[in-house]
Design a protein around this ligand. Structure first.
Ligand code: PEP
Ligand code: MN
Length: 279
């Protein structure tokens, strides 16, 4: 792929992003939590539950990129303070979205990983800003973006001096309407042959259906993903955002119970010959 000076596989075999001891790209990392931070009780209860089920990191949005300006936009600074408290209580590092280049430096003081959402993937001033923030970045794929466009966005962050970029496939728009988006699972091996950066799958936003999240999580493990980002809410019916796709803690624990043995089984298989073109 042209123009990929830093993201290209030719530069480096593998990037492992270390977030307070959690190694993304060095195993299988599960990030879980609510779509949005709604209250301290909601986040702490959910954080405890996902930790008990074996999650490695806590997710939760304090700034929400909503389709309607009248929908719940997130708690902002108060939400970040709640996430900080949840980290203190559980020890789970926190991934949270930043929407505006002007907020990056202070949001970075609360976040262990800064999330760039699908709607902002090509917000180049935001990418440059998180490239200078001194925090790992979770870069979601734009819902209309090719792999090449996505990797060029990673290149923006890397070129500002930030080597810690985690890619997240969250589904792309197609004509299919049964699912919220179409999960491009082939992005996992494709990204692994194009770049050294880790890639995780978001089975929540890509399917938008709780019944499909478990099967797609297992498929992500089999495809060689470096982890998952899953929405979990202690009372999904009450969620202020994405209520239809949030798992209960019990559903999440059930999926975790199948992911871990599958990953262990996959790790025993002989290294796959990836049939890359020679020369
Ligand atoms: C989210 O993770 O809550 C989110 C808004 O995701 P996306 O940007 O993929 O829609
Ligand atoms: Mn969401």
């Amino acid at each position: 792929m042209k123009n990929l000076k830093l993201a290209s596989k030719e530069n480096k075999a593998r990037t492992v992003v270390n977030v307070s001891g959690v190694e993304i790209g060095g195993g299988f990392t599960v990030m879980a939590g609510p779509c949005s931070v709604e209250s301290e009780a909601q986040v702490i209860e959910t954080a405890r539950a996902v930790k008990a089920a074996g999650a490695d990191m806590l997710r939760g949005g304090a700034f929400k990129p909503r389709t309607s300006p009248y929908a719940f936009q997130g708690l902002g600074l108060n939400g970040l303070k709640i996430l900080e408290k949840a980290r203190q209580e559980t020890g789970l590092p926190v991934v949270t979205e930043v929407l505006d280049p002007r907020d990056v430096s202070w949001v970075a003081e609360f976040a262990d990983v800064l999330q760039i959402g699908t709607r902002n993937m090509q917000n180049f001033s935001l990418l440059r800003e998180v490239g200078r923030a001194g925090r790992p970045v979770l870069l979601k794929r734009g819902m209309f973006s090719t792999l090449e466009e996505w990797l060029n966005c990673a290149e923006y962050i890397l070129s500002e001096g930030n080597p810690d970029v985690i890619l997240c496939e969250r589904g792309i728009r197609t004509f299919e309407s049964y699912t919220r988006n179409t999960l491009d699972l082939s992005a996992v091996p494709a990204i692994h042959e194009l770049t050294h950066l880790p890639i995780i799958i978001d089975p929540t936003h890509s399917t938008g259906r709780i019944s499909l999240i478990g099967p797609m999580s297992l498929a992500s493990v089999a495809a060689g993903a470096d982890g998952l980002l899953i929405e979990v809410h202690c009372r999904p019916q009450e969620a202020l955002c994405d209520a239809d796709q949030a798992l209960t803690p019990a559903m999440f624990a059930d999926i975790m119970g199948r992911i871990r043995p599958l990953k262990a089984f996959m790790d025993q298989l002989p290294e796959q010959d990836n049939f890359l073109p020679q020369g």
